[in-house]
Design a protein around this ligand. Structure first.
Ligand SMILES: [Zn+2]
Length: 108
């Protein structure tokens, strides 16, 4: 199978895949799957794969408390503007994966 990295949706699809794994991890309470998410996410960032708005889906949102795998919901003072995740959630994902912030539960 050939993977076209220039495909415009490739990044979205990648992070959607991470979301799907997070969904399975939450459903089965599978710590090994959570560790896999962290490993895959770190490798992806190291390879230069950018975090997109859906890139925060694998962890809980610090703003609206959406659970891993769930889209964010609009909150007073924190409108989503058609985005999948609050910017704070995506930022937390980037920081946690890069080691700049501790991994939030249940990822650690
Ligand atoms: Zn949110």
């Amino acid at each position: 199978m050939r993977i076209d990295v220039d495909e415009p949706d490739a990044r979205e699809r990648f992070w959607e895949g991470m979301r799907d794994v997070a969904h399975a991890a939450a459903r089965y309470q599978d710590q090994a799957l959570y560790q896999a998410i962290v490993k895959i996410g770190r490798a992806a960032l190291a390879q230069g794969i950018e975090l997109v708005s859906s890139g925060g889906l694998f962890l809980q949102c610090p703003v609206c408390d959406a659970l891993p795998g769930q889209r964010c919901i609009n909150m007073a003072g924190h409108p989503l503007h058609e985005q999948t995740c609050h910017p704070e959630r995506v930022e937390l994902a980037a920081k946690a994966l890069s080691g700049a912030a501790p991994l939030p539960p249940p990822l650690h």
